[in-house]
Write a protein that binds this ligand. Structure first.
Ligand SMILES: *Cc1c(COP(=O)(O)O)cnc(C)c1O
Length: 418
């Protein structure tokens, strides 16, 4: 038979599949196995914990359109305004033209492209580490890395306010997890007494806490790691591009560049793209390529996302004035909120949390702001222990937009009298 000759269709036909019949047996009397969903949703509504999505119908930026109305945006992680930057867009389009839309496979099989290598080289250059590895998201980077570094015979010491992805990674690893009080070095030190009963130990913390905006005590964490022979993993998701003279993050801001530790982060916030990364020693990265399931068994980052992230990283370093503007805006908003008598969560980043007594109040104020043209989400349990309005400042906010937020809060009778 010649290779070009078509196979008879019969030869590749599937066996006949039995049709999906409607089950009628107990329908009238018995509840469905999915009835609990409605009850569970009702409980969420009653607790004011229910969440839903809102479609943004404009491009990214300091002003966005929701439900047909333009709102000043204080809910974006696009700190430097790069997600809509022409140069990132052009890099992504060019990458699609050359490499196509999909990566077609995992990195170890058929998905690896020169672009991925370039991105990883640039992440390592920004972080001043030996190597880096790019994941499909920051969430996946945390899951895969933590589960690869520790297992059942090991211990994780984790800040109580850590991001959900760090908590899930800890759970997935099967290690014993002990949480310490938020940013409480004394409590951590006490809990390190458990260290000796375990093989390896990993101290895990957000570097900028995503819902509070404060920083982890990095030098103390590293010192305790040295003393107790523990690895230290910090999640630089909200710090990369934002903190440090070159935008390398909290590690740079604290003067800890060059120390051996595990730095995880995202390409999806200040870097304006999508994806995650780990930066560290060449051995660490080599090990993760062999052991991190969420890297091995998933499709490589798309050419467009990779190219946009690469352009973002270069701009973070080439245009420090963006970072300067971001901090000017942050200082402006913080100072004016304090003038209003607002009760703020302690923050050392462009994430500013306005404390509110309960979820209803947070939702109400968020709604009031929305009607006045300002978008700032209410953050509530179970995401965080206490309710708040969360403002994220951008480099591209015009100062008068920040003044507008303050004026609206004032008009909403928010202030000392609260
Ligand atoms: C956003 C965030 C992540 C997840 O990153 P993605 O790339 O969005 O998956 C992980 N950790 C922290 C602290 C974050 O804020």
């Amino acid at each position: 038979m010649k290779a070009t000759q078509a196979l008879p269709l019969q030869a590749i036909r599937l066996r006949p599949l039995s049709p999906c019949l409607e089950f009628t047996g107990y329908a009238a009397v018995m509840a469905s196995a999915y009835d609990w969903l409605a009850h569970s949703l009702e409980t969420l509504h009653q607790a004011h914990w229910y969440r839903s999505v809102q479609a943004v119908t404009s491009g990214p930026g300091p002003v966005i359109q929701i439900d047909g109305r333009w709102l000043i945006n204080f809910a974006s992680n696009d700190y430097l305004g790069l997600a809509g930057d022409r140069r990132l867009i052009e890099a992504a389009v060019a990458a699609i033209r050359t490499w196509g839309t999909g990566s077609t496979g995992s990195r170890l099989l058929s998905g690896h492209r020169p672009l991925h290598q370039d991105l990883e080289t640039q992440i390592a250059a920004l972080k001043q580490t030996e190597a880096a590895i790019a994941f499909s998201s920051g969430y996946l980077a945390n899951l895969g890395t933590i589960a690869a570094l520790v297992g059942q015979r090991d211990l994780i010491l984790a800040d109580r306010y850590n991001h959900a992805s760090l908590k899930q990674g800890a759970k997935l690893s099967g290690a014993r997890v002990i949480e310490y009080e938020h940013n409480n070095v004394l409590d951590l030190r006490e809990k390190l007494q458990h260290r000796k009963r375990y093989r390896r130990c990993l101290i895990v913390s957000d570097s900028v806490f995503s819902m509070d905006g404060d920083l982890c005590p990095l030098p103390e964490l590293l010192a305790l790691g040295d003393t107790w022979n523990c690895m230290v993993l910090v999640d630089e998701a909200h710090a990369t591009g934002v903190l440090g003279a070159t935008g390398a993050g909290c590690v740079e801001a604290f003067g800890c560049t060059g120390r051996e530790l595990v730095q995880v982060g995202t390409l999806s916030k200040a870097l304006g793209s999508l994806g995650g990364y780990v930066a560290g020693s060449a051995k660490l990265i080599d090990y993760l390529r062999n052991r991190a399931s969420s890297w091995i068994y998933t499709t490589a980052l798309s050419p467009a996302d990779t190219a946009a992230a690469l352009a973002g990283i270069l701009l973070v370093q080439a245009e420090p004035e963006r970072r300067e503007k971001l901090w000017q805006n942050t200082t402006r908003l913080k100072a004016q909120l304090l003038d209003l008598g607002a009760d703020l969560l302690p923050s050392e980043s462009p994430i500013i949390g306005l404390k509110l007594p309960n979820p209803e109040r947070a939702l109400q104020l968020s709604q009031t702001l929305k009607l006045a043209g300002i978008f700032a989400p209410a953050i509530r349990p179970p995401t965080v222990p206490t309710s708040r309005l969360r403002f994220s400042v951008m480099a591209t906010h015009e100062p008068d937009r920040i003044d507008r937020l303050i004026a609206v809060l004032k008009a909403a009778k928010f202030g000392v009298a609260e």
